[in-house]
Ligand binder design. Sequence first.
Ligand SMILES: [Ca+2]
Length: 307
Amino acid sequence: MTGRLDRRMFLGAAAAAAILPASHPAAAGTDLREDPTRGRSLAFRDDFTRLDEGTWHAGPKATTFDSGFYGRSAFAPLNGAEGFNPYAIVDDPLADDGRALQISAKHIGRPMRVYGYHGNQLPEFQWISGNLQTARRNGIVMKGWRRGYFEARMHVPRHPLAWSAFWMMNGRSILYPKTSIEIDVIEHKGFEPMLYGTYLHEWGQPGEHHEGVGVQAPVDLTEGYHRYGMLVTEEACIPYLDRKPVPQPGGAPLRWAIGRSAELDRDGDVFWPLLTLALRTDVPYPDPLRDEDKLVHLRVDEVSVYV
Ligand SMILES: [Ca+2]
């Protein structure tokens, strides 16, 4: 999400893969095909029956590398911006517990005054949306884990610009952004309803390293909730959709080695999650922008971490 590389190359290079049946024979060693929560204990769950301000910080991405804004919308603080608050807890019959976090993007359509935002004077960029994260720009990480199974149950929207994400950054990257580790559990474009991207980015030198794949889903992801997960082990990360591993071409579960695993352990570093509704910049702006596309909602039923 930092924009230092064009992510389209990862989607373009990756083979779109179908999801494995659960009954596929086990891989050698650790059985990645098992339910990734099995044998692990719940370390964190937010079911979003309320918005816990002690856990979630809202606004631009926690970094000292740049402004923390990206895309065609400005990420608002918890009390909103430009007269619009993109964060709400809503009733949702499709949520497991009937309640969900809603992050919205709204077209403001006039010059804005969001501090540090690149798009205040640009008509195509005059939108407010939301980014929630468990870390702050001063380097404080409210919630983070070195390893575990990270999962969000999300309902992503269909929209010509929407860019929904559940992702993680390493804690050290906030104050020392020369290198960073980004794990994208899901990046979804609202105009590709049956496809999403999942990535590992180890940014900066030495040891820059990128992995990624476009996941071809068996259903329209914008029509309901799905569980988007990433198992982060001592040395690797393994993406899951609805508790099933995302396969590589040929069928074995995808597994990406984290080159900086030893560095993470040495520094006592952790991964902190983000929930983001951004707007893409690499697609033509809708002309005309239809009234029904001037407001769009990402729903999150729950976020869990099993260690
Ligand atoms: Ca919920």
